[in-house]
Design a protein around this ligand. Structure first.
Ligand SMILES: NC(=O)c1ccc[n+]([C@@H]2O[C@H](COP(=O)([O-])OP(=O)(O)OC[C@H]3O[C@@H](n4cnc5c(N)ncnc54)[C@H](OP(=O)(O)O)[C@@H]3O)[C@@H](O)[C@H]2O)c1
Length: 200
């Protein structure tokens, strides 16, 4: 399969590229590096990426930013960061990729454990992750041509403990390689409308 991985240079994306790259042709995409560059906050940039990539069999997104901060200080603009980037950025990868993806192809997006298991300062992440999961469940029943869509929800990665550990006390981390198996299940399996929770 020809698989586009957005965020392929990231902590999670590298592991996904290693897992899927063992069996498939990978097109690495990122904001500043990769075979093709893309900014998922820009529809024009996503269109340009798909025009360059051409027909593909699967799209994996391991990208997307949100603003973390105390809810009593968060304003609408700060919530808007996650809505434009992690939520609509990934949704637009689906909307703008629909015409280029091959019959029977798949989209796999990334949410995270905060949908279901919130932490302090994580209201935007929880909101965005929940939106992504609801979108995928609903989109799955409308996608044409045998197209599939799933979401992977990793917990904190072992590789990110140094940055995120203080905010996730009591959470069992998983390796990025373990989380990458969720993407393999989505891309290489047959299910659709699923959320794969990789929580240890
Ligand atoms: N790390 C964790 O513990 C963890 C746990 C659960 C869920 N997640 C989720 O997994 C995803 C990836 O996390 P990560 O820790 O791997 O992040 P990361 O190490 O910061 O990597 C993010 C990757 O995405 C690319 N990227 C960022 N913004 C982009 C944009 N607007 N357009 C296109 N590419 C963009 C980056 O490219 P450049 O380097 O070129 O900027 C980078 O390759 C995020 O959605 C995160 O919320 C992470």
């Amino acid at each position: 399969m020809k698989i586009v991985i957005v965020g392929a240079a990231g902590t999670l994306g590298q592991a996904v590229a290693a897992e899927l790259g063992a069996r498939h042709d990978i097109v690495k995409a990122g904001r500043s590096s990769g075979d093709v560059t893309v900014d998922i906050t820009s529809a024009d940039s996503i269109r340009a990426m798909y025009a360059k990539v051409g027909r593909f069999d699967a799209l994996v997104s391991a990208a997307g930013s949100v603003h973390f901060g105390p809810m009593d200080k968060m304003n609408a603009a700060e919530y808007g960061i996650g809505l434009a980037d992690k939520l609509m950025g990934q949704v637009n990868l689906v909307l703008l990729g629909r015409d280029t993806i091959a019959d029977g192809g798949s989209f796999t997006l990334t949410s995270g454990i905060l949908t279901d298991d919130p932490i302090r300062y994580g209201t935007s992440a929880s909101m965005v992750n929940g939106g992504l999961e609801a979108f995928a469940r609903a989109a799955a029943i409308e996608l044409p041509r045998g197209l599939r869509i799933n979401v992977v929800s990793p917990t904190m990665l072992e590789e990110s403990i140094e940055s995120y550990g203080p905010y996730f006390r009591g959470y069992q981390p998983v390796s990025a390689a373990r989380a990458a198996l969720g993407y393999a299940k989505s891309v290489e399996g047959a299910q659709t409308g699923q959320v794969y929770r990789i929580w240890g």
